[in-house]
Design a protein around this ligand. Sequence first.
Ligand code: B12
Ligand code: SF4
Ligand code: SF4
Length: 376
Amino acid sequence: MQVPSSPLDIASALRLKAQALGFDLCGFARALPPARGELFSDWLREGKAGTMTYLNRTEAKRRNPELVLPGVKTVISLGKSYFAGRLPEELRADPSRGVIASYAWQHDYHDALATKLQALGEFLEQFASGVTWKSFVDSGPVLERDFGETARLGFIGKNTLLIHPRMGSKFFLAEIFTTLDIPVENTKPMPSCGSCTRCLEVCPTHALPSAHVLDSTRCISYLTIEFRGVIERELREKIGNHVFGCDDCQECCPWVNKAANESHDKIHDAQIERSAPKLDTLAKLSESEFKTRFVGTPVMRARYEGFLRNVAIAIGNWRREEALVALEPLLKHESVLVRRHAAWALTRIPGETARRKRNEMSCHDASAEVRQEAAG
Ligand code: B12
Ligand code: SF4
Ligand code: SF4
């Protein structure tokens, strides 16, 4: 390939290369401190990050790209769609199934995107001698949505997601920080949420207290993926049948629905097991079966114990006599965390058999915490 001579050509060449590598979106931003860095710090101070202390540890870097890559001039912001079709409403609403967030229906995006980013970074090196770069996807010390918005990949919605006018919000973000000075022309106008407030109203746990602010400690995505402990009773009921992550503030969004309607993609049968598996099947998983089933997917992040805790909560929200059979393996599980949530689930299942089991558990379980949960 001929090396482009003008900076504008470099931007075009990079866009084309990003596209050839499979990225759906590519834009450029000056590597300045993110516009809303102060809001991020306020958010941390207010405790809205919950137990995600890695965000506090990297606060300074997230607010200053120079601390991440000395001499950085440009941030190349990239988007990759993960939209994989729609989960039919009758499956989503079926209480005997556990719903998995759509980004986790496929293999872990970190690995796939890291390879593409490496190729794009190496491509960059030809444009000037001594160019350095660093790439990030999700786990880097970067306020990804802020740069995504500045690079005009989309606008930040009231649900805090970055929304592209045509693609909706079901896409991942990634960045390359580079010392190469690439011209930035970010004048493209972007739409906004306007007067819509649907996501704020739909969120089951009221984790969006106001527009553009998410309280992780109430968010189902945080509770079922990141949080390792005992979930507050008040929140358990609101979690419904989500067993990993949550898409509710996206599924209700007109921009996401517009994108989904245009794609016409329906999920195929093989995907149903990945998106809304039966709760009785999940409750029976041994640790090695859990690993075999979810290896290489984001679900592994919840870990075995956390995932079964989520399954126990979903069974508790099923609230039918037949849920008892599904719950059985969790009532005997060796993990106190799992048994504790299973005991709570038992208190919500109707019928004489459930009542008897509950009495038994409240007297005889080895753990005082489990006995207390079963007592209600
Ligand atoms: C921590 C984290 C979480 C936490 C907290 C989420 C949150 N909203 O902060 C939890 C575990 C809850 C979570 C959940 C999810 N996450 Co997450 N998460 C992250 C992570 C690692 C850091 C986000 C962060 O810094 N949060 C702190 C807040 C304060 O920052 P922020 O959300 O960027 O908020 C900015 C705006 O809200 C804005 N802002 C504040 N006030 C105002 C006012 C106005 C008017 C405007 C316009 C903007 C604005 O300023 C803030 C600071 O820049 C990023 C990756 C990364 N490195 O950035 C992925 C990331 C945000 N997550 C992602 C995804 C896919 C999800 C889920 C959809 C997964 C799921 N299905 O369960 C959900 C979505 C929940 C939601 N509504 O956000 C994607 C989002 C892609 C996109 N299109 O936006 C990211 C970018 C990962 C990636 N590389 O693709 N996540
Ligand atoms: S991911 Fe779910 S729980 Fe979290 S803010 Fe969105 S709708 Fe609410
Ligand atoms: S549901 Fe409405 S308010 Fe929420 S992000 Fe979408 S357009 Fe914005």
